[in-house]
Ligand binder design. Structure first.
Ligand code: AMP
Ligand code: MG
Length: 495
């Protein structure tokens, strides 16, 4: 493909093609507000590959002046900045909020016609900021960048990260920190909480508009399925079941699954206190504010179900004019979530175990392995990767007698399918990552970048995570469990 150079590297042009459908929704949906300019914007990370995927001109965007756009000091051509309104169940309690420190510049259309929200996070106060400063610190923005790109590499639906700029201004948390702005790219930022807002306001008109907008935008194949709210509910249930199966297959803990952090597109949204498990433990909690383990690793499907029940509740006035009938429809749909979750989980774990065929005992084979890993505190990623047939599968915790028995059972199961060892190996290699963003490595990388201005570990980590199913060239720090004396990782919301 011949690249047409822009006559002047105009960062306000740079290939942006905005069509802002959310901005065209009426007043209650958002507030028009511009990013607050910052003192001294400086581009510290830029995602060239993503820029190319979006049909943007990376050379124009990486130049010195581009930092002004990624900081919100200059608006790209066609941007119509808004802060989106939404409500939220935070740790179970309903509050009313909206983008308190994020501003949606608009929706960019790629050359192939795909629509993406372009959002600045940390770009200054909005009418929804309450007592917050609307700002973000460098560490958490780099964290979101790395983890979201790692999730993308793992093949998991997620928002993406296009750039991080430092602002040249401090943000005051417990201590002064470097301010930063992240440019987030998402299928949309419509959340369960967006529906909860209009349900709480009793604004059924807006609720209906939001339902139509979301259905058209994310579930075009379900438009015209009769009852739009029911079609949307089923579509969202299915995508969340798929997403949760992905999280569980790689050991991802979101950390703050409040209803404002559940995107209806089915993408992973809002990387605050997230982490990856090392040792397998369904009770693993990393977030410093999750005292009761509400969002523990193994609790995530149940919490997703809880959030989806709030979503269904919000949809009630649209589901049917008779409340009892509406409730019956909602309950019937919600009842499918457990089965959908189990189905997608089993699809994912059959793939991890190299199974092509289906047998009724497969669920037991998968769960018995996990029970063994839990007993042994064995490393989740390393053990599964170590099971891949190869010259030296060293990782398996053979010392557990139950697991020795399990290994024979699994081999017998493999022998009952027609696929060759090579096919099994290939399937397992492409479903069990060799590397994940291990917490201790992420913490060390953040320390180097934030405290010493050394971004080499950041780029090395990104490189290692770009193709996580390939062993070659991966550092042992990413493939191996953390050293035994590694302190337990604590994560923070970073607000
Ligand atoms: P989060 O935990 O990042 O999902 O944020 C929850 C809510 O608090 C969202 O509405 C955010 O916009 C808001 N928020 C978080 N940090 C700030 C901040 N520094 N200033 C203003 N609002 C914030
Ligand atoms: Mg959030």
């Amino acid at each position: 493909m011949v690249k047409t150079p822009l006559s002047t590297p105009d960062v306000r042009a740079a290939g942006w093609r905005f069509d802002n459908s959310y901005d065209r929704l009426p007043a209650p949906f958002h507030s028009r507000v511009k990013p607050t300019p910052v003192e001294k914007p400086q581009l510290v990370v830029f995602n060239r590959a993503l820029a190319l995927e979006l049909g943007l001109d990376p050379d124009a965007l990486e130049g010195g002046v581009a930092s002004a756009v990624f900081a919100g000091n200059e608006l790209p051509t066609g941007a119509e900045p808004i802060a989106q309104a939404y409500a939220d169940h935070q740790f179970g309690n309903l509050t009313r909020l909206g983008d308190g420190r994020a501003i949606l510049l608009g929706e960019h259309l790629t050359p192939s016609g795909k629509r993406f929200d372009i959002q600045l996070k940390g770009s200054g106060p909005t009418p929804y900021s309450r007592r917050g400063d609307g700002r973000a610190a460098l560490g958490p923005m780099l964290r979101e960048y790395v983890i979201s790109e790692a999730m993308h590499g793992l093949g998991i639906p997620t928002t993406r990260s296009l750039a991080v700029v430092t602002t040249g201004e401090p943000v005051f948390r417990e201590e002064p920190l470097q301010g930063a702005v992240l440019t987030r790219v998402a299928a949309s930022h419509i959340r369960v909480g967006t529906f909860e807002l209009f349900a709480a306001l009793g604004d059924t008109g807006s609720l209906g508009q939001l339902c139509d907008h979301t259905l058209r935008r994310h579930f075009a194949d379900r438009v015209g399925d009769g009852n739009p709210a029911l079609a949307l509910l089923h579509g969202v249930l299915e995508r969340q079941a798929i997403l949760l199966a992905h999280w569980l297959r790689v050991g991802f803990v979101h950390g703050v699954m409040n209803t404002d952090n559940m995107a209806l597109s089915g993408e992973t949204l809002d990387y605050g206190p997230c982490a990856f498990i090392d040792a397998y433990d369904p009770g693993a909690v990393f977030s410093s504010i999750d005292h009761n383990g509400r969002y523990a690793f193994g609790a995530q499907p149940r919490i997703a179900g809880w959030n989806l029940a709030r979503f269904a509740e919000a949809l009630l006035p649209l589901l049917h004019p008779e409340p009892e009938h509406a409730l019956a429809l909602a309950q019937e749909a919600l009842a499918t979530f457990e089965e959908r979750s189990r189905h997608h989980w089993l699809v994912a774990f059959r793939a991890k175990l190299g199974l092509f065929t289906e047998e009724p005992g497969d669920l037991g084979v998968a769960t018995d392995l996990l029970l063994g890993l839990h007993r042994m505190s064995a490393d989740h990623t390393h053990t599964f990767r170590g099971l891949v047939p190869g010259p030296a599968p060293t990782a398996f915790p053979w010392t557990d007698p139950g697991l020795g028995e399990w290994h024979r059972r699994w081999n017998d199961r493999l022998a009952r399918q027609p696929q060759s060892a090579a096919e099994v190996g290939e399937r397992m290699r492409s479903n069990n990552p060799a590397v994940i963003p291990r917490n201790h490595v992420v913490e060390a990388m953040l320390h180097a970048a934030v405290s010493q201005g050394d971004f080499d570990p950041f780029h090395r980590l990104l490189d290692g995570l770009a193709d996580p199913y390939v062993d070659a060239g991966k550092p042992a720090t990413l493939t191996d469990p953390p050293p035994a004396d590694t302190p337990r990782c604590r994560t923070f919301c970073g607000t």
